[in-house]
Design a protein. Structure first.
Length: 234
């Protein structure tokens, strides 16, 4: 049985039980194999844009004897991917804007899908894009793996466009995850914002508006962390 790291394990937890999933950018194929082997998913389609990673996924599927329940496809994003009958789309280990681009290509067809999205970078840009393009962010689950903190975004497309204020873009619903990993994620965001604020303040010609904006985000994050664990607050 494949042992998923915490990042992939959190993604697997958000899959619809008994669902049929599309694992975009499957690479090694661990997520698809684990989902089907554990019985959480009925079937999966593992895709990748590059033949090398797709071959690794195919090897992993064969080694686990799951060829009849996990298909593979060499393609860019969701191009040409048959969506009919599928319930979930899982996209992990990519930049937030690339994830947005992949979803944009099939936007009108995504109604009803359970989306499990794990941006490695640009999570804020992805949240903003989701809100402004008709997706509801249902929840987020954080994971610390290999000393890095990630948030996994669970979203659904309903076509309703939503406002995304800068603080929501920054933390999203990770603020509602009360796990220790979420605390680490939020602390990482605060450290990053404090660093950005320092940079802005030390610039040759400091931009007062940008400084005020960054300070507001850092203050809100600090207060959020204080409310979660007053004894650990920075
Ligand atoms: C860092 S790996 C992540 C693998 C796995 N999803 C995970 O989260 O551990 C990213 C994979 O996405 C693939 N990829 C990058 N851009 C893609 C695209 N536009 N469409 C499909 N796959 C893509 C890469 O080839 C690579 O195998």
């Amino acid at each position: 049985m494949i042992q998923l790291d915490r990042r992939l394990a959190r993604m697997a937890e958000l899959m619809t039980p008994g669902g049929i999933g599309i694992d975009v950018g499957a690479d090694h194929g661990y997520l698809s194999v684990s989902l089907v082997a554990s019985g959480k998913a009925k079937r999966m389609l593992a895709t990748d844009i590059r033949p090398g990673p797709l071959s690794s996924a195919e090897r992993c599927i064969r080694e686990n004897g799951l060829q009849d329940r996990i298909g593979t496809m060499l393609t860019d994003g969701l191009n040409g991917v048959p969506l009919e009958g599928a319930t979930d789309i899982l996209i992990g280990g990519m930049g937030g804007l690339l994830i947005a681009e992949i979803l944009q290509a099939r936007l009108p067809e995504l109604k009803g899908f359970n989306l499990v999205l794990q941006p490695m970078t640009q999570a804020g840009a992805l949240r903003q894009w989701l809100c402004e393009n008709g997706f509801e962010i249902v929840c987020e689950r954080c994971a610390v793996a290999a000393s890095k903190a990630y948030s996994i975004i669970n979203a659904r497309y309903d076509g309703v466009k939503r406002e995304c204020d800068p603080f929501f873009a920054l933390v999203g619903k990770a603020a509602e995850d009360d796990s220790e990993d979420a605390g680490v994620y939020l602390q990482t965001l605060l450290s990053r914002e404090q660093k950005a604020l320092c940079g802005l303040m030390n610039a040759a010609s400091p931009d007062k508006k940008k400084i005020a904006h960054s300070r507001e985000l850092a203050d809100k994050l600090r207060k959020l962390l204080e409310r979660r664990a007053p004894e650990l607050a920075p």
